[in-house]
Design a protein. Sequence first.
Length: 185
Amino acid sequence: AIRSARLNPEPLPAGRLVGMMKRVMIIAVIGGEEASAEVARLAEEVGRELARRGCTVICGGGSGVMEAVCRGARAEGGHTIGILPGHDADESPPNEYVEFPVFTGLGYARNSMVALSGQAVIAIDGAYGTLTEIAYALIHEVPIVGLDTWDFSYHGHDADRILRAKDAADAVEKAVAAAERRSRR
């Protein structure tokens, strides 16, 4: 049994805890630490849509797309997890909308944690860090939805593995559907 001091002073059977965890859909949102106003608006709307669907957002916890998606999710009462590169908040201050910061001390290697912690990934815009997260997701067969992000066409390899979305609502719909399909495997 696991004790939870904040929520329930009574022992919580481990089986019940696992059942509760399975009901939470976590979607990773990746994108650059610098974002234009249009990209930030798009990321914020993705965060809002994810929260409306009851999804928890996991991201790199920094600025740009990461901050905008967290802002949107929190505005709708959603939960946000930030996987940060530094050892502590002094080294890697999380954006103000990260509800649960995780300080890794891993630098950019933490990108693998972000990409692999979601049941699906939504990639919005982005630079080389986003590219590494996409690569990790491709390697480990995590579904990816692309919203104005990297495009691949290397002799036909992986060109169709990134589902393309036309807007925030479409991205969330495709990510949730892909995550549900993946969980049934």
